[in-house]
Ligand binder design. Structure first.
Ligand code: ATP
Length: 238
């Protein structure tokens, strides 16, 4: 067991109840090393969200194993403090400032007040003065970044982001990209899902391409984008 490996999944499979013999994720194996920004790429229905929800311990795989820093992940087991996760639709209290929302969340999850890491996470998220404004005045992009900032509180060694660019316009997508690059610069590890290669190819060091629940291709980003392979057709975008 290697406790320095942020993520290793082996033979992961999942079928939802009622979907007969259709696998949402089938026999998926890959490993993420420290300092990598891994893009989990695939068209709608490829199984990205299902995979990430299993990594976060939100749903159980039917078979296979997930190790995060050497620990086996199971639903119901305590979430490792070394992992931060963004899922869409994080709820904020609209009349409180962004900063107050995050501090409330931080204390509600049992962490100490006045942690210096909060400031660093907020700085990486790049919300600037907006942090002091009520969340109800935020644009969609700012809410999204606040949710990312929330996932980054405590500067977890592994940050998992499920489609953080969903619903954002191109300038906001670029800002999100800078946030991820700043976060990973300190040797931290990021896993980010997307259905568009263009959104992640300048951010990611490595890619895992999925389609219909299965791994199609995996490796360093320049190897995959330079391969001229046709597997990326569905995810190349306009
Ligand atoms: P998207 O980009 O649309 O979110 P995805 O790559 O994240 O797609 P998943 O959401 O993991 O893909 O879905 C994989 C497959 O599992 C799809 O066929 C989907 O319809 C099915 N699925 C997802 N969630 C459920 C659920 N709760 N119950 C039944 N089937 C589900």
């Amino acid at each position: 067991v290697r406790e320095d490996v942020p993520l290793e999944i082996t033979g992961l499979s999942k079928r939802y109840a009622g979907s007969a013999d259709r696998y949402a994720v089938r026999d998926l194996s890959f490993r993420v090393e420290r300092g990598q920004v891994l893009g989990l790429l695939g068209p709608n229905g490829a199984g990205k969200t299902t995979t990430l929800r299993m990594l976060m311990g939100l749903i159980a795989p039917d078979s296979g194993e997930i190790r995060v820093f050497g620990h086996v992940i199971r639903p119901g087991a305590p979430v490792l403090s070394r992992v931060g996760a963004f899922v869409e639709g994080a709820g904020f209290l609209p009349h409180l400032s962004g900063r107050d929302n995050l501090e409330l969340y931080w204390r509600a999850t049992g962490r100490p007040e006045g942690d210096a890491h909060i400031e660093e996470a907020l700085e990486i998220a790049g919300l600037g003065d907006a942090l002091e404004r009520a969340v109800r005045t935020y644009s969609q992009g700012m809410r999204q970044r606040l949710a990312i900032a929330q996932a980054m509180l405590g500067l977890p060694d592994l940050l998992i982001l499920d489609e953080p660019t969903n619903g954002l316009d191109p300038p906001q997508i670029r800002e999100m990209r800078d946030v991820m690059i700043r976060y990973a610069a300190a040797g931290r590890t990021v896993i980010v899902s997307s259905h568009l290669l263009a959104e992640v190819e300048q951010t990611c060091t490595h890619l895992v391409v999925m389609d219909r629940g299965e791994l199609v291709q995996a490796g360093p980003v320049e190897e995959i984008t330079g391969s001229g392979d046709t597997v990326l057709v569905g995810v190349r975008g306009p």
